[in-house]
Design a protein around this ligand. Structure first.
Ligand SMILES: O=C(O)c1ccccc1N[C@@H]1O[C@H](COP(=O)(O)O)[C@@H](O)[C@H]1O
Length: 205
């Protein structure tokens, strides 16, 4: 099970995520209680070891600006939330880093991983980072294959159930590992990684 912990804001958050065994950490560049400025983002990225993916998270920011911010910070991957056209993915992919396409599942969502040139697909609730769950029974008619992540209202207590219902390749969490909005709880971060891995130790490739 691939586990991404998102919305990290301090070097201590990064150290705990790495020690807990997270595969990826998310750094939010977009308006959010977890947003960090470019200098902080660069500092956090420097703390992420090579075996952990540092992911810049963007929503509603123009592709050229995404590219500039991601390059400045040196993130390993870019996660785009919202209705970015395919051309935006092409523009960002010129950076040469993997892309994560983050969308809400609707009847017209293209759930093929790679349809926009992305390496991972992320299915999230309509309001990213809100801690709200969504109805994953909608996956019954449109289950992606391969590298797709489930997000939206996950936490220590519900990740096992969510994984067994949705059968994702990986999971992503932000609100569910916080003591208050924007403040990571290091104990919950560790518990979440353990709970997700216990739910499904191996991801399909
Ligand atoms: O975490 C944020 O604040 C955020 C803001 C804007 C876009 C994406 C954001 N995070 C992503 O939201 C989900 C997790 O949400 P939840 O809080 O666990 O419900 C995940 O994809 C994060 O990468």
């Amino acid at each position: 099970m691939y586990v991404k912990l998102c919305g990290l804001r301090t070097t201590a958050d990064v150290a705990v995520a790495v020690d807990a065994g997270a595969d990826a950490v998310g750094i939010v560049f977009t308006e959010s209680p977890r947003q960090v400025d470019p200098d902080t983002a660069r500092r956090l990225v420097r703390e992420v070891p090579p075996h952990v993916l540092s992911v810049g998270v963007f929503k509603g920011i123009a592709a050229d600006e995404v590219r500039r911010l991601a390059a400045e910070a040196g993130v390993d991957a870019v996660q785009l939330h919202g209705r970015y056209p395919q051309a935006a993915f092409e523009e960002v992919s010129a950076l040469g880093v993997p892309l994560v396409r983050a969308v809400t599942l609707t009847s017209d969502t293209d759930v093929r991983v790679g349809a926009y040139g992305e390496q991972m697909l992320l299915l999230d609730s309509p309001v990213a980072g809100s801690g709200e769950q969504w109805d994953t029974t909608a996956l019954d008619g449109a289950r992606p294959e391969g590298r797709w992540l489930l997000a939206g209202g996950l936490g220590v207590d519900n990740v096992a159930g969510a994984v067994s219902r949705a059968r994702p390749w990986g999971v992503d969490v932000s609100s569910g590992i916080e003591s208050s909005r924007g403040v990571k709880d290091h104990g919950l971060m560790r518990e979440f990684v353990a709970a997700a891995r216990a739910a499904a130790p191996h991801s399909p490739s």
